[in-house]
Ligand binder design. Structure first.
Ligand SMILES: Cc1cc2nc3c(=O)[nH]c(=O)nc-3n(C[C@H](O)[C@H](O)[C@H](O)COP(=O)(O)OP(=O)(O)OC[C@H]3O[C@@H](n4cnc5c(N)ncnc54)[C@H](O)[C@@H]3O)c2cc1C
Length: 509
């Protein structure tokens, strides 16, 4: 803990604006409030060592609009070299279409409009504050064969330099430089309101016990409830009770409950969440040494087979950034929530570098591959013969056509259930590689309702005076699925709005 944080923790119990949480959403709010002249406090439930929420685990991808490479260069500045990069534009219309498509048109139109229209402006504001950006070459990007060029994923072209780890440490540093104290091991528990319904403070728990803090405005940025097994079971369903958590263990939903208990409107898909394919051997909670490197997202180029030897999904429905967030749910429905992604030498070169953190099963024939999987996963009753039958049927069903990882190539199977609709290449070039994959939950979709000023609203759609929220704990943005990079962007756009509106509210405007 820095000295100024220690001093304020010992002596002060009243602030203009208190921010609950210490991730991207919280710090963009805190910095925006400070820029408006407010005296700001940040509360972090985690220890200093484990600080920073899911933000610290992220790949740092921010989905923002841009009209070609120049717009990105204006953000990346001297932090990266655009020489090898190819990028299309990503317009507001394209962003909107992507969100409408993946959420089946359910996303709140006003909130989404704000997210999209403020996205570029917000990452530029972050660059001016001191956040360093770079091109996102690792996730969803494709090397254009023979051209030494990297085509960046549409909409997923920008990431914080050094990913979540550096983004998080930069945000803590910027807060420190702005004289914003951070109190660690301090869990917000209850929101206090006056007789007029206005928020006047909150009760917190720290290593010394409990205490009350006063504020003019309160910003909630304490994440979803994905790390709370009780809430997962209650809202997502019993099968989610035991799933692995990809990120922080501290996002357990108590401030979402606290907001609901003072009248905040519950909003969004409470039974929905972002959950992705991860290494079957990944730990129960995110590991800060691995951060997001347990992801297994090159499945569009694979054949995915469960323990019963069956394919269960169209691996090639879309680019991975548009299917990965719902793919975890598909895997959860398979026996023991364990499946295998199978590649051959035509596709293994397309694997994201994150696969290097795992150990594939490798064999010269599909029959040997099946034997080795059976050996390694004997306890899980892997059905070897069915696996081989499925792969033979798959190979026979693959249609001719050009395989092109850069576009939805339409190279497909026929007469299978389910079909593979893009990137269907025969598994015929040994050695074959199989990766054992399970799922990890990233964040939950349901939460409290905010308006386009990031003010929390009640059941009459009226703002609860003095209460603002941003980030994972807000509902209404994502349903059923999610486009990669929109989580950090949502937190920052509404964090910035929450901070400036909270500061103005605190001074009576
Ligand atoms: C492995 C992984 C990779 C990801 N990659 C990306 C990516 O590249 N791009 C993207 O857009 N999204 C990504 N996400 C999703 C992204 O993490 C979230 O959308 C976003 O970081 C959430 O930010 P946040 O500030 O809302 O929450 P967090 O960053 O999780 O911050 C919540 C904070 O609240 C604190 N807290 C919780 N409860 C309390 C309490 N009661 N009192 C005080 N403090 C409390 C926590 O300790 C934490 O500091 C990824 C997530 C994971 C897990």
């Amino acid at each position: 803990m820095s000295d100024s944080s220690q001093d304020t923790q010992d002596s002060q119990d009243s602030f203009d604006v208190i921010v609950v949480g210490a991730g991207n959403a919280a710090f963009t709010a805190a910095l925006a409030a400070k820029a408006e002249g407010a005296q700001v406090l940040v509360l972090e439930k985690a220890t200093q060592k484990l600080r920073g929420g899911n933000t610290r685990f992220t790949g740092g991808v921010f989905r923002c609009t841009y009209n070609g490479l120049d717009d990105l260069v204006a953000l990346v500045r001297d932090n990266d070299d655009p020489g090898d990069v190819v990028v299309d534009s990503y317009t507001k219309e394209a962003y909107l279409q992507d969100i409408e498509r993946v959420t089946a048109g359910r996303a709140d139109p006003e909130l989404i409009q704000t997210l999209i229209t403020r996205s570029y402006d917000t990452v530029r504001w972050m660059a001016d504050l001191g956040v360093a950006w770079e091109f996102s070459r690792a996730v969803g990007a494709v090397t254009i064969a023979g051209k030494q060029k990297t085509k960046l994923a549409r909409g997923g072209a920008l990431r914080a330099k050094g990913e979540g780890v550096l983004l998080s440490s930069t945000l803590f540093r910027l807060a420190n430089e702005a004289d914003i104290p951070v109190w660690y091991e301090t869990q917000a528990q209850r929101i206090v309101t006056g007789p007029d319904g206005r928020v006047t403070g909150l009760e917190v728990r720290d290593p010394n016990g409990t205490r009350s803090l006063d504020c003019q405005a309160l910003i909630l940025a304490s994440g979803g409830f994905q790390a709370n097994p009780e809430m997962r079971t209650a809202y997502l369903g019993p099968s989610w009770s035991l799933v692995k958590v990809r990120g922080t263990r501290f996002n357990t939903g108590e401030m979402t409950r606290a907001a609901l208990s003072i009248g905040a409107q519950s909003y969004g898909e409470w039974a929905g969440c972002h959950a992705t394919p991860i290494d079957a051997d990944a730990p129960i909670y995110g590991d800060l040494r691995l951060t997001d490197k347990t992801n297994r997202l090159s499945y569009p180029f694979s054949v995915m087979v469960n323990l019963d030897g069956e394919r269960f999904v169209d691996e090639g429905e879309d680019f991975n950034l548009y299917t990965y967030a719902k793919m975890g749910r598909e895997i959860l429905q398979q026996r023991s929530a364990t499946i295998f992604q199978v590649f051959d030498q035509q596709t293994v070169s397309l694997l994201e570098t994150r696969y290097n953190t795992g150990t594939p099963i490798i064999a010269a024939t599909l029959a040997d591959l099946a034997d080795r999987i059976e050996e390694r996963y004997a306890a899980l009753d892997f059905r070897r013969d069915a696996f081989l039958t499925t792969l033979e049927a798959y190979n026979a069903a693959v249609q001719e056509g050009e395989f092109d990882p850069d576009i939805k190539d339409g190279k497909h199977t026929t007469s299978l259930r389910p079909e593979k609709t893009n990137w269907a290449a025969r598994l015929d070039t040994p050695p074959f590689h199989a990766y054992a994959v399970s799922l990890g939950i990233t964040f939950t979709f349901g939460g409290i309702r905010i308006n386009t000023d990031a003010a929390v609203i009640d059941y009459l759609d009226q703002p609860i005076p003095g209460l603002f929220a941003t980030g994972e704990m807000t509902g209404g943005f994502f349903y059923l699925n999610y486009p990669g990079g929109a989580g950090l962007m949502r937190g920052a756009v509404f964090g910035r709005l929450a901070g400036s509106h909270a500061a103005r509210f605190a001074r009576g405007e």
